[in-house]
Design a protein around this ligand. Sequence first.
Ligand code: F6P
Length: 320
Amino acid sequence: MKRLAILTSGGDCSGMNAVIRAAARTAISKDVEMIGYRKGFAGLLKNDYIHLDTRSVSGVLQRGGTFLQSARSQEFRTEEGRKTALDNLLRERVEGLIVIGGDGSLNGALALDRMGFPVIGIPASIDNDIPYTDMALGVDTALNNIIYAVDCIKDTASSHDRAFIVEVMGRNSGYLASTSAIATGAEFAIVPEAELDLSEMCHQLRRRYDEGRTNALIIMAEGAGHAQEIADSIKDCAGFETRVTVLGHYQRGGAPTVFDRLLGSRFGRKSVDLLLAGTKGVMVGLSANSLTTTLLEMVVLGGQKKLTDDLLRMADILGI
Ligand code: F6P
């Protein structure tokens, strides 16, 4: 192979730049040219790319987001769009493509694989809901962002005898909510995967209040209900004055943690090694701190990675 390409697709996350940098430098070290498409599959469809040399990927490792930018492309979901993408890759003499992104992006990677084009997928989503990898890129940085914010909120909650509901990201996934609840000592985690027993939660909060504990912290995933409605119920039934803080996109940005820098660098290097060795149609993952490969077909068919009952139980037990 003489020319490879890389793109970042879907929601951005910290650590994407580490993958791009590592992939470009690994390719260059083997006399292979690397190009980067801008704005994900949308850039591939417009043939909008830049050459990635050693210099163009310097100074990006410590930056959050993706310097290639990212997008969700509707056009690439159509048969015609995918044919245009393949034509562009072939016309530019690209021989292998690395796709960094979440479930939708890996689905797009699989579509190109099915058309016979060599593709490697890299799991990147703060939701940590991609199967066949212990951790996706960006999760660790997002969690660190969350615990920093929640620790600040706990200070003001205790100064004012208040309960706080902190809404974290995760439309369909409670991973961030449950793990950050454990890591911040929150009383409750509310997640889309488990039905909320509001009266039981109020009962527990009331008991705490009667015991003299004057503040409480609840971490809630954005897809698990309406934070303000739950806050109103808590005020009525448990006695706490309650406030809601929505952390929003703050969680997804910022300098990547050491974990995400290393994971991104390992993913980037491995993806180039795989393509040059003739491996294609797989996603690189992490299992017991070793890199793994899984057919994209299995990843996509695997659906959303389930939140373990153990994690949920732990959040419950430690929150007592
Ligand atoms: O999938 C990653 C994620 O950050 C989810 O947690 C969140 O629900 C969604 O993306 C937000 O998407 P957008 O940035 O398009 O609003």
